[in-house]
Design a protein around this ligand. Structure first.
Ligand SMILES: N[C@@H](CCC(=O)N[C@@H](CS)C(=O)NCC(=O)O)C(=O)O
Length: 232
């Protein structure tokens, strides 16, 4: 793991999506300089041989870190958050108990909230054929996941550590809650989630994180025939 005073040649393979936003928000919170390398997933950039050599999963986001000796490529949004947090020694508690609190919520996001909300988006918004069973199934899964989130936040008002010291679990959850309308969630039904969401959205680094590369989406949404061929 490089130390923070080593060369900071950081590049992001990026497209403005919920999984993409996570690392951008953390990079902005950390105040790190990085290069943005757009991977237009609506046009198939994720399938080019050059990209697949570095990122065999054919997904964004990925991070490339050229430090003085090695070039590290990290894919999977959760792994990227962990890499950056460990490298910089911030946003991941040192205390063992808090660290595990944070990691379990991080894994809950990458294994639960993200995939389920993603499927809800697919069947609600992008699928050419409206499948009521699939729509209801993923809407209900999202409702259950938001109820879990609400329960945790009602009990503690934060996921792992008090929000004023936001951690990578908060940063992982936020971009998905940002898309709550798309997965059929009304935040008025989850007041504690709404509170955390409002607090997080007020952070300047979060606002910058969401705005980085926002013009890229103008190049293509997920609803064109070409995008669907590349993505689905
Ligand atoms: N588990 C992965 C999921 C990444 C993912 O699904 N990325 C989407 C955009 S949000 C993607 O690259 N899709 C392109 C494709 O499926 O071809 C992570 O958390 O990084």
């Amino acid at each position: 793991m490089p130390t923070s005073d080593e060369a900071q040649d950081l590049a992001r393979y990026y497209w403005p999506t919920p999984n993409g936003y996570k690392a951008t928000i953390l990079l902005e919170e950390l105040g790190l300089t990085y290069q943005l390398l757009p991977i237009n997933i609506t046009q198939g950039d994720q399938h080019t041989a050059a990209y697949v050599r570095q990122v065999p999963t054919r997904k964004i986001p990925a991070l490339r870190h050229q430090n003085t000796e090695v070039e590290q490529v990290v894919f999977e949004s959760g792994a990227i958050l962990l890499y950056l947090a460990e490298w910089q020694g911030r946003f991941l508690p040192q205390d063992a108990d808090l660290r595990w609190q944070c990691l379990q919520w991080l894994f809950w996001q990458v294994g639960g909230l993200g995939p389920m909300a993603g499927q809800a988006h697919h069947f609600r918004v992008y699928a050419d054929v409206k499948d009521d069973y699939a729509i209801e199934r993923y809407e209900r899964e999202c409702q259950k996941l938001y109820a879990v989130l609400e329960g945790q936040l009602q009990a503690k008002s934060f996921l792992a550590v008090p929000y004023s010291i936001a951690d990578i679990a908060d940063i992982a959850v936020l971009p998905w809650v940002y898309r709550h309308v798309r997965h059929g969630i009304d935040l008025a039904d989850y007041p504690s989630v709404l509170n955390l969401y409002t607090e997080l959205m007020a952070r300047p680094a979060v606002a910058t994180g969401f705005s980085v590369g926002e013009d890229l989406m103008l190049e293509g949404g997920f609803n064109s025939a070409a995008a669907k061929k590349s993505l689905f």
